[in-house]
Design a protein around this ligand. Structure first.
Ligand code: PGA
Length: 318
């Protein structure tokens, strides 16, 4: 691949928090590609090579998109009052780079506790929301209730809800539309199963999931897309930076073709699936990776802070 770790090493002066990364948008055009997966990969790779050659001339690389780096912590169905109080206290004392949107998603029952103890620098997300206005829906949590608690985001379409609970594309699209209509931001998850990847269907699957969102949502202004290959979630098998990048670039190109160039540029496409403090820097160097959605490693405050701060890897010497 064109993007190597040597060509992307971070000089100390740039990684220093006092300098801080800037995302001025040294951008390249997303590649155009034909429908065949094989030629698509060749095309993406050749675009990456061109992109790398351009970076060498310019001396630095920023992000392909123009959105701010975004890191979310998905705590899933974990924690107790005590463990969450410790996690919040670790997050409150962590040193976080300024140019990052940081969001955590506690279990519903602890949202109020987290909201009242967590610093404002970190926003709170829900892990799910009901598809419409609240009412006689036993066991559900409405968007209105989330807003009442000060929640700003909701994760929708997570693979555990798609494949364990059985939510389908259409239902997820409707949930996204409702949450957006009420002013919540949506972390919209997409991603393929292992057998789908092995059958060469990765792009078909993620494009279909993207289409389901596109068919329902009125605007992409408050949406962050999380590409989370299902085989990488909670398994310790992280996608390689190249595997993630090639899907991210394809998703950005899908947005360009099916929504608009502006939306393709400004929509954050974050990666999730076994991201941790050791692998985040290499992933963050990829031009189309605009941040992370982190599960297991977000339960440890200091490690989550390392992942947030991997934003410094975005600005590197060529
Ligand atoms: P993981 O989970 O980091 O534990 O793999 C990611 C996610 O499900 O969002």
């Amino acid at each position: 691949m064109a993007v190597t770790s040597t060509s992307l090493s971070v000089p100390k002066s740039i990684s220093s928090p006092s300098v801080g990364p800037t995302f001025s948008g040294l951008r390249r055009s997303p590649p155009s590609f034909p429908s065949s997966t094989h030629s698509f990969f060749e095309n993406v790779h050749s675009n990456l090579r061109l992109s790398s050659a351009r970076k060498a001339c310019r001396g630095v690389i920023a992000m392909a998109g123009t959105g701010k780096f975004f890191v979310g912590g998905n705590w899933k169905c974990n924690g107790t009052k005590d463990s969450i109080s410790k996690l919040v206290s670790d997050l409150n004392s962590a040193k976080l780079e300024p140019d990052v949107d940081v969001v955590v998603a506690p279990p519903f029952v602890y949202i109020d506790q987290v909201k009242s103890s967590l610093i404002d620098r970190i926003e709170v997300s829900a892990q799910n929301s009901w598809v419409g206005k609240g009412g006689a829906f036993t066991g559900e949590i409405s968007v209105e209730q989330l807003k009442d608690l000060g929640v700003k985001w909701v994760i929708l379409g997570h693979s555990e809800r798609r494949h364990v609970i059985g939510e389908n594309d259409e239902f997820i699209g409707k949930k996204a539309a409702y949450a957006l209509s009420e002013g919540l931001g949506v972390i919209a998850c997409i991603g393929e199963l292992l057998q789908e990847r092995e059958a060469g269907k990765t792009f078909d699957v993620v494009f279909q999931q993207m289409k389901a969102f596109a068919d329902s949502v009125p605007s992409w202004d408050n949406i962050v897309i999380a590409y989370e290959p299902v085989w990488a979630i909670g398994t310790g098998k992280v996608a390689t930076p190249q595997q993630a990048q090639e899907v991210h670039v394809a998703v950005r190109d899908w947005l360009k073709k099916n929504v608009s160039a502006e939306v393709a540029s400004k929509t954050r496409i974050i990666y999730g699936g076994s991201v941790n403090g050791s692998n985040c820097a290499e992933l963050a160097k990829q031009e189309d990776i605009d941040g992370f959605l982190v599960g297991g490693a977000s339960l440890k405050g200091p490690e989550f802070a390392v992942i947030v701060n991997s934003v410094t890897s975005k600005k590197v010497a060529a």
